[in-house]
Design a protein around this ligand. Structure first.
Ligand SMILES: Nc1ncnc2c1ncn2[C@@H]1O[C@H](COP(=O)(O)OP(=O)(O)OP(=O)(O)O)[C@@H](O)[C@H]1O
Ligand SMILES: [Mg+2]
Length: 389
């Protein structure tokens, strides 16, 4: 069986950790060997299993192992020379030691090093579940090594082949030649591994990103942004989840708003399917509750299946125009208004059941273009943008 990598993401507190844990329990009950990876320094995920003693590797059950990775110690373990090289470099420029450490541990590097653990785990387990990425911005960090790699790898390879000369020059500035050589080797390994990771992440048969929101505007908007960004980076989002849905709200305003927000989410990420989980008491803790949550979320389905493959929008360039084409859920009869809201468009649609709003985070390419017209065509919404010069 080809391995699967499931990444649960969403705004802080939406339920990433419990949903990852619940999914891991269900999949291990289905006899898959599952690794659950967390880089959360607070170790909350272990608490959800009722585990108090925190270790790097915890065997929760026969087929489920929980891994806590501390990106900083991982960085020092695998890439010590590379980090020390950077620290020395900063110190040479008169930056004091404490600040040099801070600068050398750039978030991009530390985050990426934490995620490199995936490469080990995917070799050993059927399914790897990641409860790590707290926001849409983190997707950028995930992808950055790949961008740097293509240019940087060539340079490093080149300098490794002429390492003796290179390290002799650098050692004049930084000291020991072997230290510089080791740092360069580690840097090469780092870019090699992050490039492998990016290949894994962009393989849509292996990796699925699942975005979680609660029925509130800010977490929904964040989730929609994540889908837009994932799309640009060729990561496949196969499922949206609205967690903590209030069942049958008594208050009319709450009922109406909740429905409006959920519809906004469904319309904005269509045709990616959206599932809902109700508010289940005060806390979801312990195997029984995690199983109950998984049952509500997946029913009889196999959570490791790919729920959706593909993009949610297409951009075509025609002369001095861009056409943005998006599929719409059934029942939409008209496009009433489009409002520019910073880097997103707010689109008002008329459906058979009333008004629906769709948010569209604009890809960078379209941010400087001017939306000119919009129309419905065979179940799709087409927006025409004129290029500005
Ligand atoms: N459906 C639900 N019903 C009741 N409580 C829930 C539900 N989903 C999550 N919770 C509770 O909400 C809180 C936040 O959940 P969780 O820690 O999984 O969020 P998170 O997205 O991982 O947060 P962070 O961004 O801080 O890591 C926890 O106390 C959890 O038990
Ligand atoms: Mg969490």
């Amino acid at each position: 069986m080809a391995p699967r990598l499931l990444i649960y993401t969403g705004k802080g507190g939406v339920g990433k950790s419990v949903i990852s844990a619940a999914t891991a329990v269900k999949l291990s009950d289905m006899r898959y060997n599952v690794a659950l990876l967390s880089t959360d320094p607070a170790h909350t995920i272990a608490h959800y299993f009722g585990i108090k003693e925190i270790k790097e590797e915890i065997k929760v059950s026969e087929r489920l192992v929980l891994f806590h990775v501390d990106p900083m110690s991982e960085l020092m373990k695998k890439f010590r020379a590379m980090s020390e090289y950077a620290i020395d470099w900063f110190k040479k420029y008169g930056i004091d030691e404490a600040l040099a450490y801070e600068l050398a541990m750039l978030p991009m590097v530390t985050e990426a090093v934490g995620l490199l653990k995936i490469l080990d785990l995917i070799e050993k387990f059927d399914i790897v579940i990641v409860d790590t990425i707290p926001s849409a911005e983190a997707l950028r960090l995930l992808y950055l090594p790949m961008i740097v790699t293509s240019v940087h790898k060539k340079l490093i390879k080149l300098s490794l082949t002429t390492a003796r000369t290179a390290s002799r020059v650098l050692s004049l500035i930084l000291g020991s030649a072997s230290k510089v050589g080791k740092a360069m080797e580690e840097e090469y390994l780092f870019f090699e591994e992050s490039s492998k990771l990016t290949q894994l992440l962009t393989n849509i048969d292996i990796t699925s990103v699942r975005v979680i929101a609660n029925p509130d505007l800010s977490s929904i908007d964040e989730a929609v942004k994540t889908v837009g960004l994932a799309q640009v980076f060729n990561l496949n989002v196969d499922l949206g989840i609205v967690n903590k849905v209030i069942p049958n709200p008594q208050d009319e305003d709450t009922r109406r708003l909740q429905e409006e927000y959920i519809n906004r989410f469904i319309t904005s990420i269509y045709p990616i399917p959206v599932k809902k989980i109700p508010q289940l008491g005060l806390e979801v803790r312990g195997l029984d509750k995690l199983r109950k949550m998984a049952e509500t979320l997946y029913g009889d389905e196999d959570p490791s299946k790919v729920y959706y493959k593909g993009k949610i929008m297409e951009i075509k360039e025609i002369g001095d125009k861009y056409m943005l084409i998006m599929r719409l859920p059934p029942g939409i009869t008209d496009c009433l208004d489009i409002v520019h809201h910073g880097d997103e468009l707010l689109i008002q649609l008329k459906s058979e059941r009333g008004l629906v709003e769709k948010i569209l985070p604009l890809p960078t390419l379209l941010r400087t273009a001017r939306p000119e017209s919009a129309y419905l065509e065979k179940g799709t919404l087409v927006i025409e943008f004129r290029k500005t010069t």
